[in-house]
Structure formats: C-alpha cells, structure tokens
Design a protein around this ligand. Structure first.
Ligand SMILES: Nc1ncnc2c1ncn2[C@@H]1O[C@H](COP(=O)(O)OP(=O)(O)OP(=O)(O)O)[C@@H](O)[C@H]1O
Ligand SMILES: CC(C)(CO)[C@@H](O)C(=O)[O-]
Ligand code: BAL
Length: 336
C-alpha cells in the first residue's frame, strides 16, 4: 500500500489502479476468490472521475456513493458494504469539507489518515473507486470559513438546518448540503448512502434530493457502535483513555429516554427528555461532561414535539467530553 501511495504522490496521471498484494494472500486462496477481489481505482481529478462515470453509464451499471471525510471506521465501512449489496459499483469520496466547519471548530485537527483509510476500504472488498478531490477543485472561488466572506454558489435547506445541530453549528448544514450537491453532480450516483448517526444530516439531505430533483435513491445505514454503545465517530479519536471510559454517557442517556417511550409508554416529550437529562447531569457533577442539547423532533419536519405521535420521533442529543463534541440519536417508532 505504501508503494501505491508513493506512486500516487509522484505520478502525474489522474487514475491509479491499486496493485493488490497477491503474494500476501494465503496459498490456498482459490482463483475464483482472487478474481472476485475488487481493485480500487483512485481518482484525484474531476475529469478523470467523469470519464470513468460515463463508461459506467454506457454499461448501464448502478453506482452507489458513500461520501465521507475520512478517518474511517466500521460505521463508514458498513455503508460501503451496504452499497455493494445493492449496487453494481461503489464509489467512496474522502474530502474534509472546510465549508461545514466554523472558524473556531476543528478543521485543522480533523483526522487525516489516507493510507489507513485506503487499506480499510480495500479490506471490505466492496469499493471500486475512491474520489479524493482537492479543496481548489471543489471550491474554485476559495472557501474562507467566515460565511460572510464566502463567494460563489451555496445550497441551503430552509426549515431543517437551524435547529438541533444547526443551533450550535449555524453554517454546518449549508456546508454539508453544498458539498454533497457538488459531489452528486460530479459522481452522478444512482444510490447514495448516509449514516443514521448523523440523523439531522439524513433529513436535510433527503430534502436536498427531493427538492432539487436528483435521480438518486437515498439509503440510511444503522449506527455502528463500540462494545459499550458509544456511536463510532472519527472524533472519538480525540478522547483520552480516561475520557473514553465514560464517553458512552450519551448512549446511556438516550437509551433511558427510549426505554421510557417503549417500556413505560411515556409519550410526553418533557418526561422522555428528562430521563435522558438525568443521566448526563448526574455525571456532569464529577466528570468533564457538558450537555449541549437534547431534542425530540418530528422525523421529517424536525419540529420539536410536545408529545410523540403516530409518526414517531427522533430523540437526539449532543454533549461535550473535555471539549470534544459527540452526537447520537435513537429513533422512536420511525425511520429516517
Ligand atoms: N457510527 C456510525 N455508523 C454508521 N454510519 C456512520 C457512523 N459514523 C459516521 N457515519 C456516517 O458516515 C458518513 C461519513 O461521516 P463522517 O466522515 O463525518 O464520519 P463521522 O465519524 O461521522 O465523523 P465526525 O466525527 O465528523 O462525526 C456519514 O454518512 C455518517 O453519518
Ligand atoms: C456528508 C459529509 C461527507 C459531507 O462532507 C459529512 O458531513 C459527513 O461525513 O457526514
Ligand atoms: N459527520 C458529520 C461531520 C461533521 O461533524 O463535520
């Protein structure tokens, strides 16, 4: 893999077939298995990706797309595997999108580990193409983090972007919707895959697809969790071993809220949220945990609910553990 990446850095070509380390395979591996092994092609420019995409179109193949910001974990890999189960071909993008970070947020320290990411994707045997655009390609006008200074075209989803995550991160969904539209226009997938962990993002992007008439089927993958319930997230890497020990507090809190709904039949929003709050507040007294918000929202409009009705609800929250922001959610009798 290191050789491949060196080649990638040095070469002036646009696309690269990853050479498979066949010599590292067990002697007993059958010819059929080797033939079935996918070869990942890496695209670093928009024209090279478009050329590949056009060829797929002439062959009438479906294309599943998993946009990511890298720092990959099992959550991302599960989306790639889900895509491979549904689509003929799978593309993953890795692009740390400046437009979704506020000036005070963690753009600079966000995990960047391309070599490891490619190894993980290769091991899934689910991915055909990886797209690695540059910031200049995606934002030809530049992309200052201060929204007031930005130039060019941006996509806003009104009514779904200002609450929950959007209250603390006001420009966040504008940045997400904008980059995802750009990526959709470049990659032209037939199917797109997003994780339930980012529930509001799913609702916002489902609206984008429907409002802007993208001919793309939208799929949501279940949240993949660590052994103790902590939702996998690239930002979990920021946690020290000490903080990691209680980082599942948000999961425990949301589980209490969900239990109140499912086992005790409680429908009143304040009472469900109070159950979750109790858990975080009791730990905040002794540990470096701060609650940002809990929300009980309608699964499509994201309006805050007074009580859970027949459409169900998204119970979600965000906390800070020693300054690291973690989000999670549970679905009460609904789907995204
Ligand atoms: N635990 C998870 N289970 C399933 N999907 C996930 C999980 N974590 C992230 N995803 C999905 O992977 C895609 C790419 O997410 P992203 O690269 O931002 O990773 P992340 O782990 O969510 O990082 P962050 O720390 O920025 O929240 C998104 O659709 C996201 O919802
Ligand atoms: C969808 C996304 C890749 C857009 O940058 C990002 O918000 C993410 O990884 O969830
Ligand atoms: N998965 C969401 C990416 C972000 O927090 O920027």
């Amino acid at each position: 893999m290191r050789k491949v990446l060196e080649k990638l850095a040095l070469s002036t070509f646009n696309t690269y077939a990853l050479t498979r380390r066949q010599s590292a395979r067990p002697f007993s591996t059958s010819a059929a298995t080797l033939q079935d092994k996918k070869t990942i092609t890496i695209f670093k420019t928009i024209p090279s990706l478009r050329e590949w995409r056009q060829k797929l179109a002439t062959e009438g193949r479906t294309l599943g797309f998993v946009p990511t910001m890298g720092g990959l974990h099992e959550g991302h890999l599960s989306l790639a595997k889900q895509a491979a189960g549904i689509c003929d071909t799978v593309a993953v993008s890795i692009f740390v999108n400046p437009a979704q970070f506020a000036p005070h947020e963690d753009l600079d320290k966000y995990p960047r580990m391309l070599e490891k990411d490619l190894e993980l994707l290769e091991a899934t045997n689910s991915v055909d193409a990886v797209f690695l655009p540059t910031v200049k390609d995606i934002y030809p006008n530049g992309i200052p983090l201060d929204v007031e200074k930005q130039q060019g075209t941006f996509v806003e989803v009104k009514g779904r972007s200002h609450q929950m995550e959007g209250q603390t991160r006001p420009g966040f969904f504008r940045g997400v919707a904008t980059v995802v539209c750009k990526l959709f226009n470049i990659v032209q997938p037939t199917h797109a895959f997003f994780g339930q962990k980012d529930a509001q993002q799913c609702v916002v992007l489902r609206s984008v697809i429907s409002d802007l008439h993208y001919p793309i089927s939208f799929h949501v993958g279940e949240t993949v969790r660590e052994y103790d319930g902590l939702a996998m997230s690239s930002r979990n890497r920021y946690l020290t071993p000490e903080h990691r020990q209680f980082a599942n507090v948000l999961y425990r809190a949301l589980s209490k809220g969900k239990q109140a709904f499912e086992n005790d039949g409680i429908r009143d929003s304040k009472r469900i949220i109070a159950k979750a709050q109790e858990v975080v507040e009791s730990e905040s007294e002794t540990k470096d945990v701060k609650l940002d918000y809990f929300s009980l929202a309608h699964p499509r409009t994201l309006e805050e609910l007074e009580s859970v009705g027949e459409d169900g609800a998204i119970l979600s929250g965000a906390i800070y553990i020693a300054g690291t922001r973690l989000i999670d959610n549970m679905l009460l009798n609904c789907e995204l």
